[in-house]
Design a protein around this ligand. Structure first.
Ligand code: CS2
Length: 482
């Protein structure tokens, strides 16, 4: 039997949704596993505790698989929390509809112009915003240009939002908040820059300024891609099959800038922190959790480790990460009041060691060009401005440079899943295959490396030194030797 509303009486009572089917109030773009295990859960708990019509209409920008699965299940799906000593599963009931942007673009636009919708949230990954990762400036590619300049149904996320906001203004449907829940630096600020830049030359510019807010947010929960095992665990717990099941770690956090002109769910009753300024939380999380995550992913994948937990157990890696946190990251930022970066880092390392997660190194390694700036390069920039050479951060960049060459230490292939994969391959092919040549080739990716970094001789020397070690001795021996 499948998970549907009519199957719920057969599901153990403790696993059933905590609310009756809600009326829609939020549109969410990007229905991946992370959204289902994070915002969908917080929002259900907020409605259970504080009421309100904040059902989430999920919009899948690209793949329709999840839309089909959820439609067949009346919008229901389960989240299994994987602790080191056991798991628990709950069915989440905050969904209020599913749309496939490519198939139903006009329905999505009409929804954005519906006064019932007062918040749009997004998890479309870093590359979905069409912003230069190094500077945050708009990268107007052909797809987005066509969305803006022709009457065709929008195919990009920014194109869809601009069309929807135009329709909302015409419908006089009232103010709205657009909240990026992706791991971008100062995501509220970047979202505002994106929309106001696109709106600047149009008739909606003034309306946007007066009616649209862009709350910044820090989102945090480790949610690996679902596997056959994820579905099997959910089916065992529920007694029915759930094709949209996800699993996640026990930890979950959400810090939200409280700037919602048409109201919001009582997320604070679900454990979220509502604040005037989430940016200290964002930098702490991006540089520490995500920076260390990427480090483990690149070094681990090159050394042949399948999962983050297995990679972290490599001799020397945990020690190197502690020094990365204490010597490079901590002095690069001002943490939120009362938080100590090193102590936060210890918590993060313990979360990564959770063996139940099965989080694959190559999943975290993907899209490196979109992730490195906010995760590692901002730390480096900050330390270089203070006159220091951030040795451990340089190791992470060198590990990425080793990874993108596509071959692990044991000779097996490594996937290069990155929007700049072609540029990376072309630059590598045109340079000598020496550490100097590779560093030179990759520092030339100007949408990733700010000129101040690309032209920094001391940083370059540190990168060449690490890359030489990684190529000569392999990742495992390099780490064992530090
Ligand atoms: C990870 C993140 O895949 C990745 O790049 O670093 O998805 C990470 O698991 C989350 O940001 C945790 O909150």
């Amino acid at each position: 039997m499948e998970l549907t509303r009519s199957a719920l009486p057969g599901v153990p009572a403790g696993c059933r949704p905590r609310i009756a089917p809600p009326a829609p109030g939020i549109v969410h773009l990007g229905m991946g596993a992370f959204h289902r295990a994070h915002q969908a859960v917080f929002t259900e708990d907020a409605m259970a505790a504080g009421g309100g019509d904040w059902g989430i209409v999920g919009v899948a920008p690209r793949s329709r698989e999840v839309v089909d699965a959820l439609r067949a299940q009346d919008g229901l799906f389960s989240v299994t929390t994987l602790g080191p000593d056991g798991s628990s599963t709950r069915v989440v009931g905050s969904s209020a509809g599913q749309l496939h942007a490519a198939a139903d673009p006009d329905v999505v636009v009409a929804l954005l112009a519906d006064p019932a919708i007062r918040i749009v949230t997004l998890t479309v990954t870093e590359k979905g915003y069409k912003l230069d990762p190094a500077t945050g400036r708009l990268l107007l590619d052909d797809e987005l240009r066509a969305d803006l300049e022709t009457g065709r149904s929008p195919r990009t996320v920014p194109g869809l939002l601009i069309r929807g906001l135009g329709a909302r203004r015409r419908a006089d449907a009232g103010p709205i908040a657009l909240m990026s829940c992706d791991n971008l630096p100062a995501n509220g600020h970047r979202m505002r820059g994106l929309i106001t830049t696109l709106a600047a030359a149009t008739a909606i510019s003034d309306w946007v300024r007066e009616n649209v807010t862009f709350p910044g947010t820090m989102v945090d929960r480790i949610v690996p891609a679902s596997t056959a095992e994820t579905l099997a665990v959910a089916a065992r717990a529920l007694g029915v099959r759930d094709r949209a099941a996800v699993s996640a770690e026990p930890y979950s956090a959400w810090v939200i800038e409280d700037d919602f002109p048409a109201g919001r769910p009582t997320w604070e009753l679900a454990g979220a922190v509502l604040t005037g300024d989430p940016r200290p939380w964002e930098s702490l999380k991006l540089r520490t959790l995500n920076g260390v995550h990427s480090a483990i992913a690149y070094l681990g994948a090159v050394a042949g480790h399948e999962t983050i937990a297995a990679a972290l157990a490599m001799p020397g890696l945990e020690g190197a990460m502690r020094r990365f946190i204490a010597e490079d990251i901590a002095p690069s930022l001002v943490p939120p009041p009362g938080v100590d970066t090193v102590a936060y880092g210890e918590e993060v390392l313990a979360r990564f060691a959770n063996p139940a997660m099965g989080h694959r190194t190559v999943q975290v390694a993907m899209d490196g060009t979109q992730k490195l700036p906010q995760r590692v390069l901002h730390t480096i920039q900050n330390r270089r401005e203070a006159g220091a050479v951030p040795r451990w951060a340089a190791l992470v960049v060198a590990a990425w440079m080793r990874f993108v060459q596509g071959v692990a230490d044991d000779g097996s292939p490594l996937p290069l899943d990155d929007p700049l994969a072609d540029r990376i391959r072309a630059r590598l092919a045109a340079s000598p295959a020496t550490p100097d040549g590779v560093v030179e080739a990759l520092l030339g990716l100007d949408t990733v490396f700010h000129p101040a970094l690309a032209e920094d001789a001391e940083l370059r020397a540190a990168l060449v030194e690490w890359l030489t070690a990684l190529e000569k001795h392999g990742a495992a021996a390099t780490l064992a030797g530090v």
